[in-house]
Write a protein that binds this ligand. Structure first.
Ligand code: KG4
Length: 336
């Protein structure tokens, strides 16, 4: 069978990314222009500025991805692009570029759900991985447990009812002065800390696999404020370790419940927060005890990148998905 090369374009938040991936599994190039350092001065992503920076970097990023892979647009089978969920202005930049390339080259356009991309990052790291499996998708904007029955066939079993896990980490990281992006900084701050030093409420709802992190976040805020009022210094390492451990425990408990309910013993982690060392450790330990097969992407492929979009795009492409040039950005695109 002839090789299928997919050009994957991602611009849903603050990374302009483009990759070429062969047959959904082999990364030929992976180029990322990150805006994180720029947004740091504002304490978070400024959507309008993100869109403008995507405009500046989109074509150089695409050109570099093609040249790093040593291919031209002629060699590409299809152009895959994130069309949601994400920041609408940011999405539109990648989508418009992809539509322009598709119109000019005649190559098919395949719109990709960003979350399916995060899940597909696991296919790039584990060539043997095949559905069915459960995937805990944890990023800055989403937290959900997904039953992946086939490469394009997915069902959400549980989701957050308020904050995403990444949001809960980022917000508290900001309050304790770690700055943006909070996730990696909180992870680092917690190294060597005692996970039992501070106690946080761990919300588990009855008869559902849904999550809630707002209570945990509010408890952390109250703890910080009360200690400040009393002039007591919080131990940063212990606090960061306990807080991340509490979040990991909530995520783990529901994922294990989903595995018991479905009988699926293969579990993947995906999304930016799957880079978190406390989460990985909690899952590693429990998977070992229960004989579950656990997968999580390399650190580089946990956060936003073009390769995961090209991989998810490949499976959509061979499944027959084609989009027309009137495909629009969908900031709240659902997985199902
Ligand atoms: O998947 P992603 O790059 O973008 C979205 O699609 O949202 O995820 C970004 C999120 C941010 O909340 C960031 O703080 C978090 O992933 N993150 C981490 C770590 N690395 C990134 N959170 C905890 N620990 C990390 N090591």
């Amino acid at each position: 069978m002839e090789d299928v090369l997919i050009l994957g374009i991602e611009s849903s938040c603050d990374e302009t990314a483009c990759s070429v991936v062969k047959n959904g599994r082999e990364v030929l190039s992976d180029v990322i222009a990150s805006q994180a350092d720029f947004h740091e001065q504002y304490g978070g992503v400024v959507p309008e500025l993100a869109s403008r920076m995507h405009v500046d970097s989109i074509y150089p990023t695409i050109e570099k991805a093609l040249s790093d892979a040593d291919v031209t647009l002629d060699d590409i089978s299809a152009i895959a692009v994130t069309y949601g969920p994400g920041l609408v202005g940011a999405l539109l930049v990648g989508l418009s570029a992809a539509k322009g390339l598709s119109a000019a080259s005649g190559k098919p356009l395949v719109g990709v759900n960003h979350l399916k991309g995060h899940i597909a990052a696991n296919y790039l790291c584990f060539p043997e991985l095949q559905p069915p499996f459960l995937c805990l998708c944890v990023s800055g904007g989403n937290t959900m447990i997904v039953k992946v029955s086939g490469y394009t066939d997915m069902e959400v079993l549980g989701r957050t009812r308020d904050d995403a896990a990444g949001e809960a980490i980022d917000k508290i990281a900001r309050v304790i002065g770690l700055g943006y992006p909070g996730g990696p900084k909180m992870d680092k701050a917690g190294q060597g800390g005692d996970i039992n030093a501070y106690t946080f409420p761990k919300t588990h709802m009855k008869d559902t696999l849904d999550f809630s992190f707002s209570g945990l976040k509010t408890a952390a805020l109250n703890m910080i404020n009360q200690n400040r009022q009393k002039g007591i210094d919080i131990d940063l390492a212990d606090f960061a370790a306990s807080y991340q451990h509490a979040i990991a425990t909530v995520l783990l408990t529901n994922t294990i419940k989903a595995s018991e309910d479905t009988g699926i013993k293969k579990i993947c982690l995906a999304g930016g927060v799957s880079a978190n060392s406390f989460l990985r450790k909690a899952f590693d330990e429990e998977a070992g005890k229960r004989g579950l097969k656990l997968y999580y992407p390399s650190l580089k492929l946990c956060t936003d990148n073009g390769s995961m979009i090209a991989s998810a795009g490949y499976f959509e492409y061979i499944n027959g998905t084609r989009h027309s040039l009137d495909l629009n950005a969908k900031p709240s695109l659902e997985l199902n």
